[in-house]
Design a protein around this ligand. Sequence first.
Ligand code: ADP
Length: 398
Amino acid sequence: MTVVLVINSGSSSLKYQLIDMATESTLASGLIERIGGERAAIAHRAAGEKHEREAVIVDHDAAFVAMLRNFAEHGPSLDDHAPAAVGHRVVQGGRRFFGPTVVDDAVEGDIEELIPLAPLHNGPNLAGIRAARRVFDDIPHVAVFDTAFHTTMSDASSLYAIDREVAEKYRIRKYGAHGTSHKYVSEATAEHLGRPLEEVRTVVMHIGNGASVCAVDGGRSVETSMGMTPLEGLVMGSRSGDIDPAVLFHLHRKAGYDVPALDRLLNRESGLLGLTGTNDVRDVTRRIAEGDEIAETGMAVYVHRLRHYLGSYLVALGGADAIAWTAGVGENSAEVRRRTLEGLEWLGIELDHERNETRADGIREISTDASRVRVLIVPTNEELEIARQSLEATGLAG
Ligand code: ADP
């Protein structure tokens, strides 16, 4: 049995998943939250049971010790299910990492060097890698970058129209994000359609709390809506997405907003939350049904931006074979899908309303049989994609 351990290490959290690669099924998963806080919450799921406890976890090294204890106490045993590799999610790979990379000290150094481009993510990702390499010191560790899938984008779609020297000096360009998910979903879409990946054009709508759209042509990302950071693009749970940059000058001059205040406003107090007071599409939808006009306007702005990107990416691809919805909102909100695709029959996009409203597990089609563009719901699985790429990078894949 080949087993891979997948690690997603955030600033105060550690998520892990142990995956059996023969069946691509999860043997165990866990989440350690509030690392460095007063009391960390520790959860471990295995064999259909959830085990929870609290403890003081001072840092990522301690979190790995807690993870090992979870496996020892609740199984499966890591002696019987020894991982062949550890796959790590890393957010920012810049223009240095174009695919999954086996970690050595030099790679650690490069990830560290990229911290300024993703200050909230790369540091904690690296802390997880370092701690994991100390615990599992005799197996390969692989870094899988969120940005790697988008390194196929052209200069035309990823350069900003600012002074070229400034942009180069400060490495300002569109890197995109959610790449692991966009890759997984676009490949699953081609497989579902029963067509070679090289021939399929898909618009992937990864709509969760964070959200991005990606145009995938023959397995290659050609456009994506997130930018140098995950702030650009769609209206998200609490991020504004696209905005006139002059709004920032205005707020600074008129209201004295400094950089931290602007950062907070756009990243944490905007999006659906800013527009309606809640970042959760379920609440917004419920309020709309009750006749709440603020919720209705918020949803209208949210959907307007989705349609803007969908239209743009249909042009970039020269038409699409499929539109694939994924992540929390994409997989679950019939309302958002319906509003986004409304009136697009002239483009060959015909939603089947009954299929759209029907809840089910797994990959499924929600377009009519006559629809030229197939509309799908494709549940994402970033952990599995990281595990697959990790095996591939170590040469252990069958
Ligand atoms: P992220 O990984 O970016 O934090 P998720 O992909 O988990 O986000 O998506 C979370 C969001 O999905 C929630 O904030 C909520 O808006 C939305 N969501 C989850 N379930 C439903 C549902 N049944 N109907 C509509 N929206 C939902």
